[in-house]
Design a protein around this ligand. Structure first.
Ligand code: OSB
Ligand code: MG
Length: 375
C-alpha cells in the first residue's frame, strides 16, 4: 500500500458532562489520532483507550508508547499489501489491542479511500442505516436518571443502556420500568462490579425484562458467567472478557453468554472484529457495537462495522452531541431519523476532519517517515 508517513496527534476533548461507571468517572476524552499517509490519501483512526487502566490494562499513554516504539516503525519498515496484513504482522505482540487497533483501523480507512469505496463496503457491510442506542452513566439521583432516559427516548434511541453497580441496580431499573413502562428497550451494564456471591441479587434483574445484562462478573472471567447464565433468564452479554475470536469461541462453547458486544479497539482491529462477527453469526449469537466515548473518527469506524449483517442489536454509537459540544469530524454524527444513523456513502470513513478544532485541542504530536526509518 506504499505507506510513507504516519502522524500521531494527541488531543484532549472535554465531555459535555462527566460519565461514571462502576470503575470510575471520566470528564474528558484523551485521544490519539492516527494518520496513515500514502500518495494523495490519508487514513484516519482514533485510539479508544481510557486515560487510566480502569476498563482494561491500556491507557492513552501506553497506546502512544506502543505505536511509536513498536507498531509504527515496523509497519513503515515492512510494508503491507492489504489491511489484514497488519493484524498478522502484530500477532506476535501480546495484547495492547487498542494500540494495534488504532493503527489497523487507519490502514482500513486508507485502503478503502484508495479503492474509492466506503469503509462499510470494504468491511462487507450491507446496511445503509444502523439502529442505535445510548449508554447512561451512574447518575447522582433517580430523578436525574429518569430525566436523561426521557430525553433519549424522545430522540428515538432504540436501546437504553444503564450502568449499574452494587447499591445502584434494582432501584434504577424499577424506577425506569415504573415511569416508562414494560416495553421500552432497556438493558444494564455492570462493568464487572459483581461476583457469584451476588447471584440472588442479579437474578432479581430478571423481573425487569431486560434485553441483556452486560458483563456482570469479573473482567477476565467466562467460567462464572456460564454458571450465572444457567440460573438467569436475562441474556448475559460479554464485553470486557472477550479480546479475540478465540475468546469468543470459548465463551460460546461453555455458554457463558447469549450476546457479545464487539468493540473494535478491545479486539485489536477491524479484521478481528469481522472474524468475531462471522463466528457469532454461525452460532446464532447476535452482536452489537459497543462504545468507548469515542469522538467522531471513532464513531465513524463504529458506524461502518455496525453495518455488517449480524449487528442485529442497536449499538452504543449515539450522536456526537451526546458527549461533545463540537466534534472532530465534519459533519458531526447525527440521527437521520429517530434512533437511526445513515451509513455514509463517500469513500473511507465518509466524514471530513475538523482540523480547526483539532489544532485547538492538541497536547502532543509526532511524525514518522519511511525514509528516516531506512536511513
Ligand atoms: O462498558 O461499554 C462500556 C464507556 C467507557 C468504557 C466502557 C464502556 C463505556 C460505555 C459508553 O458504556 C458507551 C458510549 O457511549 O460510547
Ligand atoms: Mg460494557
Amino acid at each position: 500500500m506504499d505507506i510513507t508517513q504516519i502522524d500521531l496527534q494527541r488531543i484532549k476533548i472535554p465531555l459535555k458532562s462527566s460519565f461514571a461507571t462502576s470503575f470510575g468517572k471520566v470528564t474528558e476524552k484523551d485521544i490519539i489520532i492516527v494518520k496513515v499517509i500514502s500518495g494523495d490519501h490519508t487514513g484516519y483512526a482514533e485510539s479508544v483507550a481510557m486515560p487510566y487502566p480502569i476498563y482494561n490494562e491500556e491507557t492513552t499513554g501506553t497506546v502512544w508508547h506502543m505505536l511509536e516504539t513498536f507498531l509504527i516503525p515496523q509497519l513503515l519498515e515492512k510494508g503491507i499489501q492489504v489491511p489484514e496484513d497488519v493484524s498478522e504482522m502484530f500477532s506476535y505482540i501480546r495484547r495492547n489491542n487498542m494500540a494495534k487497533a488504532a493503527l489497523e483501523m487507519a490502514v482500513w480507512d486508507l485502503y478503502s479511500k484508495k479503492n474509492g469505496q466506503t469503509l462499510s463496503a470494504a468491511l462487507g457491510g450491507k446496511r445503509k442505516e444502523i439502529e442505535v442506542g445510548v449508554s447512561i452513566g451512574i447518575e447522582d439521583s433517580i430523578e436525574t436518571l429518569l430525566a436523561k432516559v426521557e430525553g433519549f427516548l424522545e430522540d428515538g434511541y432504540r436501546k437504553i443502556k444503564v450502568k449499574i453497580k452494587p447499591g445502584w441496580d434494582i432501584k434504577p431499573m424499577e424506577a425506569i420500568r415504573k415511569r416508562f413502562g414494560d416495553t421500552i428497550p432497556l438493558m444494564a451494564d455492570a462493568n464487572s462490579a459483581y461476583t457469584l456471591k451476588d447471584k440472588e441479587l442479579l437474578k432479581e434483574l430478571d423481573q425487569f425484562n431486560l434485553i441483556m445484562v452486560e458483563q456482570p462478573l469479573a473482567h477476565d472471567d467466562i467460567i462464572d458467567h456460564a454458571k450465572l447464565q444457567v440460573e438467569m433468564k436475562t441474556p448475559i452479554c460479554l464485553d470486557e472478557s472477550i479480546h479475540s475470536v478465540e475468546d469468543a469461541r470459548k465463551a460460546i462453547e461453555i455458554e457463558a453468554c447469549k450476546i457479545i458486544n464487539i468493540k473494535v479497539g478491545r479486539v485489536g482491529g477491524l479484521t478481528e472484529a469481522i472474524k468475531m462477527h462471522d463466528l457469532c453469526e454461525k452460532h446464532n449469537i447476535p452482536v452489537w457495537c459497543g462504545g468507548m466515548l469515542e469522538a467522531g473518527i471513532g464513531r465513524a469506524h463504529n458506524i461502518a462495522i455496525a453495518s455488517l449483517g449480524n449487528f442485529t442489536i442497536p449499538g452504543d454509537t449515539s450522536a456526537s452531541s451526546r458527549y461533545f459540544h463540537e466534534d472532530i469530524i465534519l459533519p458531526e454524527v447525527t440521527l437521520s431519523k429517530p434512533g437511526i444513523i445513515t451509513v455514509p456513502d463517500t469513500p473511507g470513513i465518509g466524514f471530513d476532519i475538523n482540523n480547526n478544532l483539532i489544532k485547538k485541542l492538541i497536547v502532543n504530536e509526532a511524525s514518522f517517515k519511511r525514509e528516516s526509518v531506512f536511513r
